[in-house]
Write a protein that binds this ligand. Structure first.
Ligand code: C2O
Ligand code: CU
Ligand code: CU
Length: 494
């Protein structure tokens, strides 16, 4: 039809065609590779502490046949081991930086002292070792760690500085859930990447890579391209981490089957929630249990975000690729022929007491914006992505929260695209989105929340301890190119 063709062509002109990704690549027939499972690192007891030794290193990885890709990793050449921690235990971590550039390592979602948090002020210079220690005060769940270097988080995570953290507690150990790591308890670190012709990653190129965040045309799961997983049990628990820099995924099984959502960012939901799809923005995690009893193969997909979704991009940014417009495969799943029986899921997973608005000492408001001045090129770093009108400034503490208080944070998105808002220091509960209480899948603890264009999200959080007037925690958009270009702020708990 003429009209739509013309509009299509015009759209191509407005949006830079070289970054309009050929998403059909996802559908290309490629050899399948067995899903790699990151090594499990449960640490070693040393001087009364569970001790973990990590090294940031560079190397090469084989994602494209015959073409090596220069990458970064932790104790390996891409990504890092899955760190297994136990609630209540004293932990000591040493992080040796063997890169030729500074870095940091942040424990995303963990409630730790600001000095141990691994944010932009805990820089590890080349050849130096950073030794944070803390007591794990965290309900069981799926967390992660990643570089948090000022202005360079996106690039370092893109190259591979990220990994998963699994926390266990007495509750998780007593529940009858699939829990054999790598067998029926499977980490899925989902990322999209794009490549140069020489096999290297193609990170930020055009200005619009910064505006929408960097999108890729290849999916990596635990660093595996075209990954295939073979269930050996009829129920499998997947710990899904959206570790993409910018892409939001809408996960679903290809045949539309239901799965059980058992955990969100901060651990278990009170009881399993039956769903057919789940939208995860960068940094969000879920644990789901999928039943393969029928024995048939079924792919894990990402579906397009519905046009009516509150997280869709609006206005003049709508033509830019900042949400999924096609379905594509995340993981091929081909169950083996004789599946071991799994037990039925427990009806109750945990209890969560909802924090009451009345407990909050105050409400703080945060406005996320991308002023149109940023459409002009060459304005330099910062000043393009703002929180309350200001870009991130290393020498500014934006907020001081009195220790021991509970607060409501109200996040208003005054831009045309969704921003996943993340706060360090702890886990919160979502109160409402535009006044509407969250659906059951968002009733658990969270540390990252999707705020759609024009939306207001309110969450409530306890700032319990770790008073330190000199060391800041961060809050920011977890689209890493937004974070790196100013959409971040600092607060202390004092
Ligand atoms: Cu996942 Cu401030 O980070
Ligand atoms: Cu974090
Ligand atoms: Cu953002």
């Amino acid at each position: 039809m003429k009209l739509s063709r013309r509009r299509f062509v015009r759209g191509m002109g407005v949006t830079a065609s070289s970054t309009l990704l050929p998403l059909s690549l996802f559908a290309q027939n490629q050899a399948q590779n067995e899903l790699q499972i990151p090594a499990l690192n449960a640490g070693e007891m040393q001087a009364g502490r569970q001790s973990y030794e990590l090294q940031l290193q560079s190397g090469t990885s084989q994602f494209l046949s015959g073409l090596p890709t220069p990458t970064l990793g932790i104790n390996g050449s891409f990504l890092g081991p899955t760190l297994r921690l136990k609630n209540g235990s004293d932990v000591a971590i040493s992080v040796l930086n063997q890169l030729d550039e500074p870095s940091t390592l942040h424990w995303h979602g963990l409630h730790v002292p600001a000095k141990a948090d691994g944010g932009p002020s805990q820089v590890i210079a080349p050849d130096e070792t950073w030794r944070p220690s803390f007591t794990v005060r965290q309900k069981a769940g799926t967390f992660w760690y990643h570089s948090h270097l000022l202005n360079k988080t996106g690039e370092q995570v893109y190259k591979g500085l990220a990994g998963m953290i699994i926390i266990d507690d007495e509750e998780s150990e007593s529940l009858e859930l699939p829990s054999t790591y790598g067998v029926d308890d499977i980490p899925l670190i989902v990322q999209d990447r794009r490549f140069n012709e020489d096999g290297s990653f193609r990170y930020v190129g055009m200005h619009r890579d910064v505006m929408t965040g960097v999108f890729g045309d290849r999916i990596l799961v635990n660093g595996t391209t075209s990954a295939v997983f073979t269930p050996t049990t009829n129920k499998v628990r997947f710990r899904i981490l959206n570790a993409a820099n910018a892409r939001t995924f809408n996960f679903a099984l290809a045949d539309g089957r239901e799965f059980s959502l058992i955990a969100s960012d901060g651990g278990f939901l009170e009881k399993p929630v039956a769903l057919r799809n789940i939208v995860l923005a960068p940094a969000e995690r879920v644990e789901i249990v999928v039943d393969f009893s029928d024995g048939g193969p079924v792919d894990l997909l990402s579906l397009p975000l519905e046009a009516s979704s509150p997280y869709s991009t609006i206005g003049m940014m709508r033509n830019m690729l900042s949400v999924n417009t096609e379905s594509f495969t995340i993981l091929n799943i081909q169950p083996q022929s004789n599946l071991q029986r799994s037990t039925a899921l427990p009806e109750k997973l945990t209890s969560i007491s909802r924090m009451q608005e009345g407990e909050a000492a105050r409400t703080r408001r945060f406005v996320l914006s991308m002023p149109m001045g940023m459409m002009r090129r060459g304005r330099g770093r910062g000043g393009e992505f703002l929180i309350n009108g200001n870009p991130m400034a290393m020498d500014t503490i934006n907020e001081v929260v009195p220790v021991g208080t509970t607060e409501i944070w109200e996040i208003y998105n005054d831009s045309m695209m969704m921003h996943p808002f993340h706060i360090h220091h702890g886990q919160f509960q979502i109160l409402d989105r535009d006044g509407v209480p969250p659906s059951p899948d968002e009733m658990g603890f969270k540390d990252t929340v999707k705020v759609g264009p024009g939306q207001t999200v309110r969450f409530i959080m306890r700032f319990e301890n770790f008073s330190d007037p000199d060391t800041a925690y961060m809050y920011h958009c977890h689209i890493l190119e937004h974070e790196d270009n100013g959409m971040m702020g600092q607060f202390t708990v004092a």
